[in-house]
Design a protein around this ligand. Structure first.
Ligand code: UDP
Length: 387
């Protein structure tokens, strides 16, 4: 009994001797209760779920409203001056796009501008906006910072930042050996990863959990350690990133080789973790038609709220221990049809509601609603260059 993984092992088994401390019946009763609670939770989530209708990126529009809610009384010049110091200044004047000459991350600005230039800028009244291309958001409510309308790609509810679709939908994502010019071109990844999913249909996938990535966040350690103790159940290894100095940065093991998004599709269970902010990994995982385990729910990108826990992915607490993670993976190994159903629904949602059209549509509505909140007269800044 004690050799099988269990949420309750700590209470029922003494690790060293691997012997049971308490009676098997109580253990089975608790496991059964845990299983039935989980099934009920999934059932409830499905009952409450209504798929969103794809009409003018309606699946994501509520995020614009909620991010702009703190600015409903209007964006003043004073607020913009404060935002401007935290990002790159852009203006739309008479339907033309302008940017300050210096951009801290040129590839990221290029990724942003690809979408901005594709919009119907003539439909926007003259406006200016500060776009933060750093990884982390800028205006924290809890630190007492004053509202400043900075656009950032990712945030938690603790920030006043307004989310925009990350540059990496087009270019400027992290450069790793496999993607030396940086992760981008979501339109191409959609095609190549979904093709890889066709080559690895559910029944051909390995019934293993999989993760490859660097140690941008220690929350990832529990899965890496589980992989080391249960290699038949989990293949999770740390790769190097630019900050790597020694094996200590890969949790005292040599760095693993990188694995392409397409090759992730060979596994049934794929893990996503936050990094510095949200990880660009998340959206790609769904394209494999594998079951996505998403750890933590605080760090968001604009499309995260449209994805529902238990309906499209399996939520995991960032505090989950190795044993708890193992328990959940084993539950879905046993409930294979249910796992496939959630995996398929996750794929369908991302496939239908996160394409290039949705990204452009989100940008257009975001800038339109933002521009309507500006309370001061926007004057063309001569120091900016036309893009
Ligand atoms: N990545 C990948 N294969 C690997 C390692 C990383 O495709 O073997 C991708 C990963 O999905 C993410 C990016 O590279 O989109 C950076 O991953 P990392 O774990 O280093 O940082 P994160 O951005 O997730 O914090």
């Amino acid at each position: 009994l004690c050799t099988i993984s269990c949420y309750f092992c700590e209470h029922y088994c003494s690790g060293a001797e691997n012997t049971c401390k308490e009676d098997k019946n109580k253990y089975s009763r608790d496991v059964n209760e845990w299983t039935s609670n989980l099934k009920n939770e999934i059932k409830r989530a499905l009952e409450q779920y209504a798929p969103c209708k794809k009409e003018n990126c309606s699946c994501h529009r509520s995020v614009i409203d909620s991010d702009l809610a703190p600015y409903q009384d209007g964006i003043t010049n004073e607020m913009f001056i404060s935002a401007r110091a935290k990002g790159t200044k852009y203006q739309v004047i008479d339907g033309k796009l302008y940017r300050e000459e210096n951009c801290h991350f040129p590839a990221r600005c290029a990724g942003v501008e690809h979408y901005m230039k594709s919009l119907n800028l003539k439909k926007l009244s003259n406006m200016e906006v500060s776009i933060n291309t750093r990884d982390w958001p800028q205006v924290n409510k809890l630190w007492g910072q004053k509202k400043a309308p900075v656009l950032s790609f990712s945030k938690t509810q603790d920030y006043y930042d307004i989310m925009y679709p990350a540059w990496s939908f087009w270019e400027g994502g992290p450069a790793i050996a496999l993607y030396p010019t940086g992760i981008g071109r979501w339109d191409e990844h959609r095609k190549s990863i979904s093709l890889a999913a066709k080559k690895s249909p559910w029944d051909k996938k390995k019934a293993k959990a999989f993760f490859r990535g660097s140690r941008t966040n220690e929350e990832r350690d529990a899965l890496i350690l589980l992989s080391r103790s249960k290699p038949d159940l989990v293949d999770a290894q740390y790769t190097k990133n630019q900050a790597w100095k020694s094996d200590a940065d890969t949790l005292h093991a040599p760095a693993a080789s990188e694995v392409s998004f397409e090759d992730h599709c060979k596994y049934k269970y794929l893990f996503n973790y936050r990094g510095v902010a949200a990880s660009f990994r998340f959206k790609h995982l769904f394209l494999c038609k594998s079951l996505v385990f998403h750890v933590g729910d605080e760090w968001l990108e604009f499309f995260y709220p449209s994805l529902k826990p238990w309906v499209h992915y399996i939520p995991i607490s960032p505090k989950a221990s190795k044993d708890e993670i193992q328990q959940v993976i084993e539950f879905f190994k046993a409930e294979d049809a249910l796992a496939k159903e959630i995996a398929d629904r996750g794929f369908q949602h991302i496939w239908e509601n996160l394409d290039d059209y949705d990204v452009k549509c989100y940008w257009q509505i975001l800038l339109k609603k933002y521009s309507k909140l500006i309370k001061y007269k926007v004057v063309k800044d001569k120091d900016l260059i036309e893009i």
